[in-house]
Each structure stands twice: as C-alpha cells, then as structure tokens.
Design a protein around this ligand. Structure first.
Ligand code: ZN
Length: 412
C-alpha cells in the first residue's frame, strides 16, 4: 500500500537498528521485581535514554509496602525506584504514558539471555514485556517531538519498578499522574502477535487473612483451645462460596498450625479474587467482612485482613472506545488492521481506567508467550508500533478526537 506523507515522515524519523540495539542492551540487565540492583541499573539506563526528550527525568521513591509472613507478622517489602518524566506540564491537553522496567524473571532464573528464533524474532527475558515496549515509547516520543504540533500536547511518562507484582509501590504515583489527563497509553505487548489490542479487562485482588485462636494441650485441656486451623478451614469454604458469575475466588494456601498435640492458635489463609465488574468488586468487600465476623463468632477467634483489590476491573466506556478507534485509524494509516479483544489479564491500565482516564494499554511491541522462557518479540514491530504511537500522539495534539464520546456517553 502507498503511505500518506505524514506517515512517511514519521517513519523516516525512526531508526529501527538503534531501537533493536537498545532492546538488546536493556534485556541483558536482569530486572526481576525483587532485584533492586538490576532495577537501579535499568533506572539509570532509562533515565539517560529519556533525558533526550524535553522535560526533567526524576527517580521517585517507591511507596511503603508490607506483606504477611508465615508466622503472621507484617514485614516491609522493598522495591526499586520509579522513573518519571514531565514534559510541558503547562499544556492545556496532557496525556500520561506508562510502562514498567521490572520483569517476572528473578536474578537466579535460567532465562537470562537473548537468542534469535528467525530473521525477525528474538527470544529473551522482558523483550516483549516490556523492554521492547519502553523502547517503542521512547522512539515514538522522539519522533513526535519533531512534529509541528508537538507544543500543543504535554505528557508525563511513568515507568514503574513493580508492575509484575501488582504495582503496590507505584499505585499512588499512577493515580497522581492520571489526574486531569486527557488520555493514557500503556506499553504492554499486544494481546496477540498480530497486533490485536487488549480491550476490557477484569480486575484482581490478593488477600491474606490471619486467624488467631488460643493454644491448649490436645489431650489435657482441648476445651480451652480455639483451633485456628478449624476456623480457617470454615473460612475457606465460606470465602469460596462468594464466587459467582461475575467474580472468581481462589483459596490458594493455608499456613500455620502446630504440633499434633497442640491446639493450633495461628492460621493464615491466602486467596485471590477476579472481579469482572466494579459492582462485583464492591459487593465482595462487604461480603468478606460479614464472613469474617461470622467465623469469629462461630469459632471464638480473631481475624485480621491484609491486602485487597490491587487492579480494579477495566470496562471500556464510550470515551475509551474513541481512543481505541483512534488507534485503529492510525494503524490503518500504516497499512495494518488493528483489532481488539477482552482479556483476563491485568496491568496498570486497570488502575488508570479506574481514575476515569481513557486508556489503551497494549501499545507496545508485537510478541507473545510472555512470563515464560519462550517469550518472544517481533523485531519489525519496534518501528511499526513506534510510528503507530507517534501518529496517535500527533492526533491527540492536533484536535479533540475523544470529544463526541462525552455527549454520547451522557445521552446513554
Ligand atoms: Zn507487562
């Protein structure tokens, strides 16, 4: 197909070889979410790379995060710094662009290096999810900055260090940066290798419930004990019964207990929920409280809950749909047909959507088999997706492409 002049101009500004070199360099750094040294190296590399754009690069302290240990105690979980770049904060129309520098592969994992699968495909940790996506974001912005209308659009870039474990240390930062933004783009890889985008997403939440009873001798005075394992077992059944059409509940682990001759005074139940709708998420919260009170009364134990929903469900409203339509129309300019489909996966797009900001969260590379040693990235998609984003940014700078959706939404 023949490309139009603006598309050709954008493509001419993007250097595919430089992009590939950058992805290979970044993929060589292990940045598993718990590898603070690796994350610091990545943050430094990203800071230098994004400093080529206007605006100030800043490294932001992670928020304090705690977890519950097997002995019931609460402990602090350290995280890496997040990178933020603010460009033209005074602009009337501003967007937020997000990605993550962490990967699911710990420093001692067997999958640490990049290999070529064929002329167009590399296999490597974090290449698709999402060091390739970060590279797409950077080069899209560099190309966009050379556009005549760039001055009209301000943007904040946020690259967090803890997306793969639920963004607990960056949630507040994401919410702060989403405030007042016209739209958001997130650089997760496409839902399918052909470039299909992820559309609506369900949500997810993780809970640890600590049950404390009273210990006693199993033979001498069992009547004085309050068995935490029995109470936790009752709790498992009650929590599992809260599952329904619009929410799944997965009791995953019970820890605690004691020796065979002791009534156990401690149990910890861990479970995950996947609400499909905001209503299901809110209803579950109330129902869980009621279940905990019932178990406390029935077994004379105390309970405490830790955790909750970290990724609210992401429905696609009329305005968000307009953003999908815009991405599709820019894809057509590049000669690519871009579709979308709902997914059970979650990402920072969930949290951005919960702030009322329209978001397309799979603007990164085409690739697949993420979170596995078969993870792959399709190399030509680097340039293609950078051009796609640059075109979308140009359209966001030039006009008000999400405008009619507001009245359409109001009417319905
Ligand atoms: Zn990701």
């Amino acid at each position: 197909m023949t490309l139009d002049t603006p598309t050709k101009e954008i493509l001419a500004r993007i250097d595919g070889e430089a992009m590939l070199e950058q992805v290979l360099d970044w993929a060589a750094v292990n940045s598993g979410t718990a590898n603070l040294a690796g994350l610091a190296t990545m943050a430094e590399k990203l800071g230098a790379a994004f400093a080529t754009l206007p605006g100030e690069v800043e490294l932001v302290e992670p928020a304090a995060v705690t977890a519950i240990a097997a002995d019931g105690s609460e402990f602090a979980k350290p995280h890496g710094h997040h990178m933020v770049l603010r460009v033209r904060p005074e602009a009337a129309r501003r967007v937020v662009l997000t990605g993550h520098m962490d990967t699911v592969f710990p420093v001692d994992h067997g999958f640490q290096s990049v290999a070529w699968l064929d002329d167009e495909t590399i296999n490597g940790p974090g290449t698709a999810d999402m060091k390739g996506g970060l590279c797409v974001l950077l080069h899209a912005l560099q190309a966009f900055e050379q556009s005549a209308g760039a001055e009209q659009l301000g943007y904040d870039v946020m690259i967090n260090s803890d997306e793969e474990t639920g963004s607990l240390a960056s949630r507040g930062l994401i919410e702060e940066l989403a405030q007042g933004k016209y739209a958001a783009l997130t650089y997760e890889p496409s839902a399918l290798p052909d470039g299909t985008l992820a559309h609506a997403r369900g949500g997810t939440g993780n809970y640890s419930i600590t049950v404390r009873g009273r210990s006693a001798h199993a033979g001498r005075n069992p009547q004085d004990g309050r068995n935490a394992i029995v109470a936790a077992s009752d709790l498992v059944l009650r929590v599992a019964a809260l599952a329904g059409e619009d929410i799944t509940v997965n009791p995953a682990k019970i820890e605690g207990g004691a020796a065979n001759n002791v009534v156990p005074d401690l149990a910890i139940l861990r479970f995950n929920i996947r609400p499909k709708t905001t209503q299901a998420m809110e209803r579950f919260d109330g129902e869980l409280d009621a279940v905990l009170r019932a178990v406390e009364a029935e077994h004379e134990v105390s309970t405490s809950r830790h955790g909750g929903v970290t990724r609210p469900p992401k429905p696609v409203d009329a305005r968000a749909q307009k953003l999908f339509d815009l991405v599709r129309s820019c894809g057509a300019q590049l000669g690519r047909e871009i579709g979308w489909q709902p997914t059970g996966g979650v990402c920072d797009g969930n949290n951005i959507a919960a702030c009322g900001v329209p978001v397309v969260d799979t603007m990164g590379v085409r690739g697949g088999k993420i979170h596995s040693p078969e993870e792959f990235m399709i190399v030509p998609s680097l340039v293609e997706r950078a051009a796609l984003s640059a075109l979308v940014l140009e359209r966001l700078a030039a006009g008000d492409p999400l405008a009619d959706a507001v009245s359409a939404g109001d009417r319905s």
